[in-house]
Design a protein around this ligand. Structure first.
Ligand SMILES: NC(=O)c1ccc[n+]([C@@H]2O[C@H](COP(=O)([O-])OP(=O)(O)OC[C@H]3O[C@@H](n4cnc5c(N)ncnc54)[C@H](O)[C@@H]3O)[C@@H](O)[C@H]2O)c1
Length: 347
């Protein structure tokens, strides 16, 4: 079956338009661009702490109201739980995956989750896109604000990817290349397109606001921008017994790509981090390990290597994601690889 590479606009976004939030984000960015301390240095993204701080000066805020988060791999097992957490925190979400039909189901479930939990409605949009196609990713990222009241996404939760178990000496070149293209280059394309769009918007705003004869342009800052990429402990260790060389090398690449992007984009206030999970009990892994003696033996082998002696539940990644997305909680964390593996990589 051939994959559709075109961008298909999903169902119209639903929810409450939030122009006030857009203005608040812009105001924050402008403020961060211009605040200069007595030493002549532009201040960091976080405000100075007064001598008697209020609770909000000290305790981080994990709300994401007024932001649009792009969730790639939006119909996957991990993304399912992470998207619920995102809408619960007030973020609008743009779900991206290969099949818009699956995404429509995910969107329906998310709407039910919002209704049952009596959460404030947020806009949810769904987008069909193969992230291994750079041009499609660029078009996707530029189209998303149309369904989100013009808000440019500045948060990313990138889960799209897949694994293949093939002995290295038998790995067909085209299959290995495709896996690396999706898992590694696809991650790069999404991050690149998001940053390009943020920088272009800022450039447009500046050209309108520019004072004639003003000297030296300050760098644009996006202190709210945070990209979280799901890597894997496979980027650090070699899983056993299953052979998966292309996946392992792609995930190792993601961890180092994130460090590179973090270094390049720190000057713009954009933070980029990886979460590297160990084995997660998603529908996909449950399919592999459930229902056969071989699967049960595989699970036993995996868990015997995990100090916590069990696989993870997708909910156990929500805290790490919210920490990294939150401007106040992780304002000084970038280029990090947060390993959440029940201790697997300690052995
Ligand atoms: N499940 C685990 O045990 C585990 C462990 C470590 C890391 N991870 C990583 O976590 C992420 C999510 O895993 P999951 O268990 O939810 O898997 P999943 O298969 O349920 O979800 C991945 C999603 O990515 C989508 N996708 C694949 N190729 C794509 C492409 N070219 N363009 C757009 N979307 C594409 C798939 O359609 C799928 O919906 C993956 O990156 C995976 O490598 C998973």
């Amino acid at each position: 079956m051939t994959r559709q590479n075109s961008i298909i606009e999903g169902p119209r976004a639903v929810g409450v338009p939030n122009p006030a939030a857009v203005d608040a984000i812009r105001a924050e960015e402008l403020e961060a661009e211009t605040r200069v301390g007595p030493d002549g240095m532009v201040r960091a993204a976080t405000p100075d702490i007064p001598s008697m701080p209020s609770v909000s000066d000290i305790v981080p805020n994990y709300r994401l109201d007024g932001h649009v988060t792009i969730v790639t791999g939006g119909s996957g097992g991990l993304a399912h739980t992470l998207s619920q957490a995102l809408v619960a925190q007030g973020s609008q979400v743009a779900l991206v995956d290969l099949s818009v039909d699956k995404l429509a189901r995910v969107e329906k479930e998310l709407q039910e989750f919002i209704a049952v939990n009596k959460l404030a409605p947020v806009a949810i949009s769904t987008w069909e896109c193969d992230i291994s196609d750079a041009q499609n990713v660029e078009e996707l990222v530029r189209a998303i604000p149309r369904d989100h009241d013009g808000i440019i996404p500045d948060k990313l939760v990138h889960t799209a990817g897949y694994c293949q178990n093939v002995p290295a000496h038998e790995y067909n070149a085209a299959r290995a290349e495709h896996l690396v293209k999706v898992n590694l280059l696809g991650s790069l394309y999404v991050c690149q397109s998001m940053t390009r769009q943020l920088l272009e918007r800022s450039k447009r705003r500046r050209s309108v606001a520019a004072l004639p004869g003003s000297a030296g342009e300050a760098l644009p800052k996006f202190p709210n921008a945070s990209y979280v990429l799901i890597g894997s402990m496979s980027g650090l260790i070699v899983n056993t017994p299953q052979p998966q060389v292309a996946y392992n090398m792609a995930k190792a690449g993601v961890i180092h790509m994130v460090k590179s992007l973090a270094c390049e984009w720190a000057r713009y206030g954009i933070r980029v981090n990886t979460i590297s999970p160990g084995y997660i009990a998603t529908p996909l892994t449950k399919q592999v390990i459930g229902g056969s003696p071989e699967g049960a033996a595989l699970q036993e082998m995996w868990t015997s290597r995990i100090p916590m002696e069990r696989m993870a539940d997708p909910r156990e990644f929500v805290g790490a994601m919210l920490y990294l997305l939150s401007r106040t909680a992780s304002s000084y964390t970038t280029g990090e690889n947060l390993v959440v593996d029940g201790g697997y990589t300690c052995f």
